[in-house]
Design a protein around this ligand. Structure first.
Ligand SMILES: NC(=O)c1ccc[n+]([C@@H]2O[C@H](COP(=O)([O-])OP(=O)(O)OC[C@H]3O[C@@H](n4cnc5c(N)ncnc54)[C@H](O)[C@@H]3O)[C@@H](O)[C@H]2O)c1
Length: 311
């Protein structure tokens, strides 16, 4: 197959790209290195074409799509690293998303796969677990608003699409959220804080397996990619400390959650299990260990957060 992957040097995009290359697909990646790293994909792989550019450029997206003629588009690129950078969030997430949807329609792309933030349901969800019937209420963050706009375009497009609304996806190459931040601060001997929030952390490799199946035709419409169970953020902290094999346990400060954070985000995975079958979820300790192994080799540059109050 021929697959166009946006953001293919990011955490999720690179994992999917590797799996596609391993099975012999032709992959074209559009990547601007906002948060992704070149070393996440192989050099000189015969199946891989890497276009260093932005999906916000409509002429570029049109040209690449019409020349490559992909069977599917896997749209992982997103802007989020500066919560005040509304300009780039709208350019990448809204304009870039719309560019890809139009290009997919105009070039008869058979399948479109998207990755949505659970923040599309807002920070005070009306139910727990959150079902797919929950209204979209993407208040409070430029990231959530702009990601939701793109998903809305996909949903009205008439394309054959799957949108995965994600729990917290972590593992090797993770540059945002608590995992790289914990690793970096602990390595530098700095104190960490953990909020009292709970999250469902899922391993990037588990998501990538489901994405490959979606590319190949499983599913249609919106799915929650989540295990259905949450853990305290402190449990992730403990898993990172354990993976780092420190002599002493660095005690974190426990803080109440801030006003733009959600106490828990539990996504109901029922429809996912119905259409994709029961899934195996990698245990948290193993996921944290895989992340720590990666950070030891490549560093934990990034540590981005789209939440304003974390520092
Ligand atoms: N990781 C999570 O927990 C999570 C949760 C919800 C949603 N998502 C979504 O999943 C997708 C992948 O997330 P990730 O964790 O791999 O993040 P990531 O930052 O590792 O990957 C995003 C990639 O997109 C690239 N990119 C950004 N702007 C671009 C542009 N204009 N043109 C081309 N490339 C561009 C970045 O350089 C990066 O390589 C994103 O769409 C994100 O919104 C992730």
């Amino acid at each position: 197959m021929k697959i166009l992957v946006t953001g293919g040097c990011g955490q999720i995009g690179s994992r999917i790209t590797e799996m596609l290359l391993d099975r012999g697909d032709q992959v074209l990646v559009i990547e601007n290195f906002a948060t992704g790293r070149r070393e996440h994909l192989p050099d000189n792989h015969p199946g891989l074409t890497l276009v260093e550019d932005t999906i916000a450029d409509k002429a570029l997206v049109d040209k690449v799509t019409s020349q490559f003629r992909p069977d599917a588009i896997v749209h992982t690129a997103a802007s989020y690293k500066d919560p005040d950078d509304w300009h780039n969030d709208t350019l990448t997430n809204c304009v870039g998303g719309a560019n890809l949807v139009r290009a997919a329609l105009e070039n008869d792309v058979g399948r479109f796969i998207y990755f949505q933030t659970a923040l599309c349901y807002g920070v005070k969800p009306l139910e727990q677990p959150i079902t797919l019937n929950h209204p979209k209420l993407p208040a409070n963050s430029s990231y959530a608003i702009s990601k939701t706009a793109a998903e809305d375009y996909i949903e009205i497009s008439g394309l054959d699409y799957v949108t995965f609304r994600l729990a917290n996806v972590i593992g090797p190459r993770n540059v945002s959220g608590p995992l790289p931040i914990f690793y970096q601060r602990i390595s530098e001997g700095k104190k960490c804080f953990v909020t009292t929030a709970r999250r469902d952390f899922v391993f990037v490799g588990d998501l990538a397996k489901a994405v490959i199946r979606a590319i190949d035709g499983t599913g249609s419409g919106a799915y929650h990619f989540s295990s259905g169970a949450d853990v305290a953020i402190k449990e992730l902290y403990d898993a990172v400390v354990k993976a780092m094999e420190l002599d002493e346990y660095p005690e974190p400060e426990v803080r109440e959650i801030g006003p733009d954070d959600a106490p828990s985000i539990l996504l109901d995975p029922t429809r996912t299990f119905e259409d994709f079958g029961e899934m195996e979820f990698t245990p948290l300790e193993e996921t944290a260990r895989a992340g720590v192994e990666y950070f030891r080799e490549f560093g934990a540059a990034g540590g981005y957060t789209h939440l304003k109050h974390e520092d």
